[in-house]
Ligand binder design. Sequence first.
Ligand SMILES: C[S@@+](CC[C@H](N)C(=O)[O-])C[C@H]1O[C@@H](n2cnc3c(N)ncnc32)[C@H](O)[C@@H]1O
Length: 289
Amino acid sequence: MDYAFGPKKNWRRWAWNRVVERLSVPPAEALVVYLAGADDFDREVALQKGFKAHNLIAVERDKKALAALRSRGVLCIHGDFLDTLYSWPAHTNVHAVIGDLCCGLDVDLAIKIGRLSLSPALRTGLANTWNFMRGRELSGFNKIFDNDWAIQGLAAEAEMPKSKAREEILHRGKLLVKALAMDMSCIRLRNAGVKMEEPEDVMAALNSHVDVHRQAMRSLCDLTNPIFNSYRSTSGQTFDSVVWKFPNVSNCGANSLPGYYAEKYRPSNQRNVAAILAHRTMRMKGLNS
Ligand SMILES: C[S@@+](CC[C@H](N)C(=O)[O-])C[C@H]1O[C@@H](n2cnc3c(N)ncnc32)[C@H](O)[C@@H]1O
């Protein structure tokens, strides 16, 4: 894959700059977990911004790319990005995540990303970037938002005409934010006693409470400060991204972690992470290069 083309270079600089703006610590202290790709073009940009080499931890599932990265001394965990993050040890805080994915966005991925904010190592105000391919993957996901409550909510929130709000449904980064706002709206409506057992009930409830959804969108955007971007690849494929910051939820005790988080935890993933973190410690102590 060619990741050295102009729009991608611009995107990379844009993404790291936006992450720096959302960090809760200076770049020199920030631990970053990212998808590097075999060439790790991100590294040069990150070092220029003040990040430290021993704090840049790549994740890679492709064995060839993994071997290329490790042969250059990159600290790289073998595994799936989200699964690795879900198994991150609680005692090592991650400050930023850059998920430059090659896939689209579906409901499961949206939920998995949203709930990352509750993972013990990631809930101290995580700056996070996601880049999705705009493909045919949605199979009905964006149809959920091609619905009056979502269009009216967005049009009112962003003070845009409804026709423009409808176009916005295609942007995968915005779709992620909308999906999590919808989750918040549903929680608020259920807490207010609105019954939502079937998917039709959810749509009906949201359609009759557009104001609740508008408030949820506003609170989420106030809390997370999202910013969006899109570019085209050399083959004409559109990629959409969002950079935002999850709220600091470090006050909620470990016992309040949802079962969802526990289900995603895998000891084998945690062992892979621990091995790379041990290498990182040795580098910090100057014991190897
Ligand atoms: C788009 S490339 C990264 C490009 C790089 N950020 C840049 O700006 O040049 C994504 C890389 O992550 C790997 N990858 C994609 N999805 C992954 C996942 N879910 N888990 C682990 N690795 C993944 C791919 O094999 C590929 O090497």
